[in-house]
Design a protein around this ligand. Structure first.
Ligand code: ATP
Length: 236
């Protein structure tokens, strides 16, 4: 459903992505792993239309969507749960969720139905719907960021570092939700520094370093690759 060909991106004169090729099929969960500064977030931002690539092509369901605006990308079926959550601290949980559907200009009744769906998936958000987002715990803010992205009913959900800064028990909860979403048919691109967790939760994976894809394959095979285990996963 998503195809990235030879994608290049710069921040001013500094090149961050060097000819990225990546493909995601309908229903798959794909992990994108790599160290700090490898270019994972930059790639997600290019997909979401937040950064304009300097060369290359992005196509979604056979249609070229390179350099679309973020609102257009949401309408085309992509939604991003960003690194660092980026919830609006001074707005309530409910208001944060409502924002996720704004680019779609939905009737109020459909927005309400989608909020109910998010609450069914994240009961803690239901309990805290009137609370200001800034007063939530890190794990709850992560749920809110994911819930806000799900408000768009995306055909491809982009998750940037969902476990970052969370305690192991909360990380388990977040990964359980990612796996539930995956089992219910959502196509997911999962960016994680926690490579072992991401590989265990995905079908296929890409390893990035210095703005390039340096390894790709079935997540199961990458998890068992001795070179990767010793140099990257640190579990040899
Ligand atoms: P992290 O997990 O730390 O976010 P990452 O793999 O997502 O790592 P990116 O954030 O995409 O990596 O960064 C890729 C490169 O682009 C790095 O060299 C980084 O310093 C640089 N970079 C990222 N954001 C900017 C920016 N806004 N301006 C200039 N350079 C940037």
């Amino acid at each position: 459903m998503l195809k990235i060909n030879n994608l290049t991106a710069h921040y001013g004169a500094a090149q961050a992505l060097f000819g990225i090729d990546l493909q995601i099929n309908q229903g798959e969960t794909v992990a994108l792993v790599g160290a700090n500064g490898a270019g994972k977030s930059t790639l997600l931002k290019c997909l979401m239309g937040l950064i304009k690539p300097s060369a290359g092509e992005i196509s979604l369901n056979g249609k070229k969507v390179t350099s679309s605006s973020p609102a257009q990308m949401v309408r085309r079926g992509l939604a991003l749960s960003p690194e660092g959550r980026e919830v609006f601290s001074h707005l309530s949980v409910l208001e944060n969720l409502q924002l996720g559907a704004i680019p779609l200009k939905l009737p109020k009744s459909e927005t309400t139905l989608r909020i109910d769906d998010v609450f069914a998936r994240f009961p803690k958000l239901h309990e805290r719907q009137q609370q200001l987002a800034g007063t939530l715990s890190g794990g709850e803010q992560q749920m809110l960021a994911m819930g806000r992205a799900l408000m768009a009913k995306p055909s491809l959900l982009l998750l940037d570092e969902p476990s970052l800064g969370l305690a192991p028990k909360i990380t388990d909860e977040i990964f359980a939700i990612v796996q539930q979403l995956s089992r219910s048919g959502t196509t997911i691109l999962l960016v994680e520094q926690n490579a072992a967790r991401a590989l265990s939760a995905s079908d296929n994976a890409y390893l990035m370093a210095n703005g390039k894809i340096v390894e790709q394959g079935k997540s199961r095979d990458l998890l068992n690759d001795p070179v990767l285990r010793s140099t990257f996963l640190g579990t040899a």
